[in-house]
Write a protein that binds this ligand. Sequence first.
Ligand code: SF4
Length: 80
Amino acid sequence: MERHAARRFGEHNSHAKLASVLSEDEETAGLCASCRHVRRVESGRGSVFWLCRRAQDDPDYARYPPIPVRQCAGWEVSEG
Ligand code: SF4
């Protein structure tokens, strides 16, 4: 019973941590954080970069858009 409760508590904590990271990302990157065209790149030193993959084929998009992005015609919801 206690082990079960501890596991549930651990799951809750990891979900809370994930939710916290997601909201930090949304604050930092704006729309890019939830866009299917972004690739979140984390350097070995812990810096995070937001790479717009639309920029590969479309010059209207910056490879590394200035963040936070608040409006973007290319935004599409990420399914992951
Ligand atoms: S399409 Fe727009 S919202 Fe999506 S990653 Fe590129 S700049 Fe960010």
